[in-house]
Write a protein that binds this ligand. Sequence first.
Ligand code: PMT
Length: 223
Amino acid sequence: VRTGVFTGKKILITAGPTQEKIDPVRYFTNHSSGKMGYAIAQAAKNQGAEVILVTGPTSLQVPQGIHVEHIVSAQEMYEKAMKHYAEADIVIKAAAVADYRPSETFSQKKKKQDGDWFVGMERTIDILKTMGEHKTSQILVGFAAESEDVEEYAAKKLQTKNLDLIVANNILMEGAGFKGDTNVITTMTKDGKKKDYPLLSKTEAAKWILNDIASYIERQVNQ
Ligand code: PMT
């Protein structure tokens, strides 16, 4: 794994889940632990990058020497990530952002009543897509968490969100995706390079993701 390409570069990384509030005691969320994003943050820091980590609620310790922004909702992640977007050289979006949030929230605890309760859901903003639309010189890296037709959907996200690289993980595969310490990833770049990796620790996967970003940057420079 190479070093040097990231020295002094500003890398904005998002990690963890978002929580979408319903009332003071209830929220919608997902199974992201933040491990994948934090592993990338640590690896980028080790390789000399200036790291800004925008993180949803996790039980992980923030690696030392990186700038951290704690957020709860998708809207807050959007605001904090966009705040640092213009200054970033590279953006890596490992967070599992809620695509929907309750369309109505309650400031008091919603009381139990007879019968069912239907919660309406509205779309959140797609942070990655917005970044793709406002890209200046940033290298934009997204993740794709899929349960079927992984490469097809990932390739589509790479294109429609104007990304440079996408990391696909099949969340139904043993040892891949949410929560655990391992992942099974495929990286795909805008210039058509694809790499399939075996089961790796998230620490190792993070290094390979950075390695593939570094190779992509070098190809752009040498073009
Ligand atoms: O945190 P861990 O437990 O270690 O798990 C790691 C992981 C499975 C969460 C991670 O490897 C991963 O796949 N992260 C992306 C999860 C996801 O939300 O994927 P998606 O296919 O729904 O979204 C695609 C991309 O768009 C992601 O980069 C996501 O950050 C981004 N997105 C999604 C929705 C939204 N409103 N805004 C976004 O920016």
